[in-house]
Design a protein around this ligand. Structure first.
Ligand SMILES: Cc1cc2nc3c(=O)[nH]c(=O)nc-3n(C[C@H](O)[C@H](O)[C@H](O)COP(=O)(O)OP(=O)(O)OC[C@H]3O[C@@H](n4cnc5c(N)ncnc54)[C@H](O)[C@@H]3O)c2cc1C
Length: 445
């Protein structure tokens, strides 16, 4: 094909598909290239024996404004169901329940914290309030002035260390990012607290991947098992080189959106400005493992999301009781539980057999839910790399320079979840922005 009106989208995760759909909505011909044999990227729902498992992404907060808008625009509003927002915070052997959309309020009443710590929660509420307008899914660099310390440093400076850090603040960081609170940026904590965990939760009735699947169904040309090697811009448009089962091919089009992992972009887009390419090359991504446990009984726990603090387990950061989250995830009288493992644990276990992974993960999970390992019907181990950008204090300052230096007249625009704190909404927002900016550039051109 040699058509100078087509737009290419690289990657069929939420970011690429959001971009592709917005371009299609604007009347453009779009071709999506996806190296995997399925769409969805890190969104993957799997049905087996009456269970509906989330192998990847699970949490869908009300605050995901771009996702919610897109869901509405593609006619999926009725596929969304309110989820149980009850979260369990562990301390020792005890589980303390709080509602995700009332975290500050419930933190003030919970027995998780002493009276002294509860008084300190007021400081946290004040700082959260100060930052609230700076926590943007589109560009977290507007919070760069606060991006100077880790959550641990912040807590020490504000006198919030001790139990408040161990049982509320660090578990939030671990629960949202899968990394400890002494490395990433404190901005990430406030983002997770207000934009992910601190709101009402929803779920797609048919699983998270029904969302990218519906987007893909609305596009006429989505090519699976097709890896893009390069996208190059010239005066008239772009030339894309890709590989599929039949070999290597070249096509020309009007423009392109690249939604692959940030550190892969410089090789895909060789003309990228050297400073922007350097920033992307230095992005480190986390790993994680999620383990689905199909149980032939319902565990005795009402929470849908348990965050596991470091004093309870170094390796396990969250347990999701899918059968409590929304109806229909497990057959009647059965349970579905997913375990989410920290970055370092996942790195250490990436080459281990499934049996070893399950045995080691269950040993951690039993500290939170004793007896979890009995009555298992079947298990599924999901190994993930790359997942989220491993932020360090200062990353969002650099991200600001990266964003400011983008060429708005270019025919190649970048999407992907590295454009702010990584999650499905950030990815969707980045895809929609890339589509908007590419359309403007093409109109100008
Ligand atoms: C276990 C797990 C749990 C998670 N939980 C949550 C959660 O609860 N809530 C939340 O909001 N987020 C969660 N996330 C993160 C979220 O899934 C990601 O932030 C989001 O999927 C990123 O979207 P994306 O489109 O940028 O990237 P991806 O979803 O990774 O999609 C990128 C796609 O591009 C394709 N691709 C890349 N390069 C090329 C190429 N050269 N040619 C062709 N195709 C290419 C890839 O194969 C992939 O399919 C979780 C992730 C994992 C792994």
């Amino acid at each position: 094909m040699n058509d100078r009106s087509t737009i290419f989208v690289i990657g069929a995760g939420p970011s690429g598909l959001a971009a592709a759909w917005r371009l299609r909505e604007a009347g453009r011909d779009v071709v999506v290239f996806e190296s995997r044999d399925r769409v969805g990227g890190q969104l993957l729902s799997v049905r087996r024996d009456g269970f509906l498992m989330e192998a990847g992404t699970t949490i869908l907060p009300e605050a995901y404004d771009s996702v919610m808008g897109l869901v509405r625009d593609i006619g999926m509003t009725n596929d969304l169901v309110p989820a149980n927002s009850l979260m369990g915070f562990m301390r020792g052997n005890e589980l303390h329940l709080m509602r995700s959309n009332r975290l500050i309020f419930d933190a003030a009443r919970t027995k998780l914290l002493s009276l002294r710590s509860k008084i300190e929660v007021a400081k946290l509420a004040l700082d959260s309030f100060r930052l609230r307008k700076l926590l943007s899914y589109e560009d977290l660099s507007i919070a760069a002035d606060y991006d100077v310390e880790t959550p641990e440093d912040y807590c020490r400076r504000r006198g919030l260390d001790g139990e408040l850090y161990d049982y509320l603040i660090e578990p939030t960081v671990r629960g949202g990012a899968g990394v400890p609170g002494d490395v990433i940026s404190v901005v990430e904590f406030f983002f997770l607290w207000q934009k992910v965990l601190g709101t009402r939760l929803f779920a797609f009735r048919d699983g998270y991947s029904s969302f990218p699947q519906r987007l893909a169904d609305k596009l006429s040309d989505v090519r699976l098992n097709t890896r893009v090697h390069t996208v190059v811009e010239d005066d008239d448009g772009v030339t894309i080189t890709y590989e599929d089962a039949r070999g290597v091919h070249t096509e020309t089009g009007a423009g392109a959106i690249v939604s692959s992992m940030g550190n892969e972009v410089p090789d895909l887009v060789p003309q990228l400005d050297p400073d922007r390419a350097d920033f992307l090359r230095q992005l480190n991504y986390t790993s994680t493992m999620s383990i689905n446990l199909a149980l032939n009984r319902v565990p005795d726990c009402t929470a849908s999301f348990i965050v596991v603090p470091r004093p309870v387990s170094e390796g396990l950061f969250a347990i999701i009781l899918e059968h409590n989250k929304v109806p229909g995830r497990a057959p009647d009288g059965k349970g579905l539980v997913s375990l989410f493992m920290m970055n370092q644990w996942a790195v250490d276990h990436m080459e281990a057999s499934d049996d070893e992974v399950i045995a080691d993960a269950l040993r951690e999970a039993e500290k939170a839910l004793p007896g979890l390992g009995t009555d298992i019907e079947f298990t599924r181990v999901n190994r993930w790399y790359p997942v989220l950008v491993y932020s360090h204090p200062g990353l969002y300052k650099k991200l600001g320079r990266f964003h400011a230096a983008r060429d708005l007249n270019s025919r190649i625009h970048l999407a992907g979840s590295y454009n702010s704190s990584g999650n499905v909404n950030t990815a969707t927002t980045a895809g929609e922005r890339a589509a908007r900016e590419l359309l403007t550039a093409l109109r100008r051109g």
